[in-house]
Structure formats: C-alpha cells, structure tokens
Design a binder for this molecule. Sequence first.
Ligand code: IMP
Length: 184
Amino acid sequence: MREPTPGTILISAGQIQQRVREIARQIARDHPEPADLHFVCVLKGAFMFLGDLIRAMDRTVSIDFMALSSYAKGATSSGEVRLVKDLDTGLEGRNVVIVEDIVDTGLTLSYLQEILRARSPSSLRTACLLSKPSRRLVEVQVDYIGFTIEDRFVAGYGLDYAEKYRNLPHISVVEGDLEPANLS
Ligand code: IMP
C-alpha cells in the first residue's frame, strides 16, 4: 500500500492565477454593470477559486455558500446528491454564477443547477476551475472552464484527497493507492 500524496504538478500556481483573471474578465463582460452579480460557491472545494475570482473583479459583487454531498459507491458517484447547507438568501431576479471546483461525472452540478434554476434567478451561469470530460455521465452546461484535464485524481487549490492538501497553491496529481471511499 503506497500512501497517496500529491506528486506531479499538473497546473502551477501562476497558471491558475492567470486563468482565474481571464475568467473574471469573461464574467464581467457577460454581466455588464450596473447588473448585480451574485456568486454561489460550492463548499468546500471551490473556496479558493471563489476568493481569487472575486478579488480579480473590479466591481461590487455578493457571495453565498452552499454544501452538497454525494454518496460515493466505490470509485464512482451513485448519483444521489444531498443538500447539506443551503444558501442564506434567495435568488429571485438575480444574476447568479455558480462557482464549483471540478465537474467530473456532472451529477453534482446538474442537480445543483436544477435546484437553483427553480429559484427563478434572472440568469444562471456556471464557472468550474477544472473539467474531466472523459468521466461525464450526464450532459451539463458549464459557461466558464478553467482547465480541461484527463481522468486523474487531483488535489490542491481547494481540492482535497481525504480532506487533505486543500492548501496547496497549485494542482497536483494524487499518486499512490487511492482509497475508493475518498474519491469524493
Ligand atoms: P461529479 O458529481 O462526479 O461531477 O463530482 C464532482 C465532485 O467530485 C467535485 O465537486 C469534487 O468534490 C469531487 N471530485 C471529482 N474529481 C475530483 C478530483 O480529481 N479531486 C478532488 N475532488 C474531485
């Protein structure tokens, strides 16, 4: 058994910062002022992406947080997603951007988009730092994608393996014998 640890750096801190600034510019272009701009951050993995994204925006924004859990069955998600923490405020008539760390099978995001759409925002867009298209089980609309990656388990910049490595400023491939229960 080889203890899983972050190995090869897939995306450096500098590359992330540059891409996050580009995404911030795209989001600003798509929501010209004086439109309001409300970010919904999916905990825990997207907290760092949200922090850098909103600091790269030279305008007034508001933020809220939501937490979901998916029941993993082995290495793949069962598709059952549960709302663990709901938003503090409603979304009616607001311009909402979901901020997510990674879209993998797409099950979490499609569930989230469905429940948020039902709250009647005036627009609903999604920003994901990472996408693993080869793992997709359901089609899901993502308006802003940071980086498209292959089917490797990664950690860092908010993403974890077994609740560890979220504090790394870059994204690394987790190498070793991964426990299926921790491939959230
Ligand atoms: P999905 O529902 O399969 O798209 O799963 C999305 C969630 O799985 C993400 O929000 C992450 O929490 C987690 N996840 C998927 N792949 C990775 C990875 O490579 N590293 C860390 N977390 C991941």
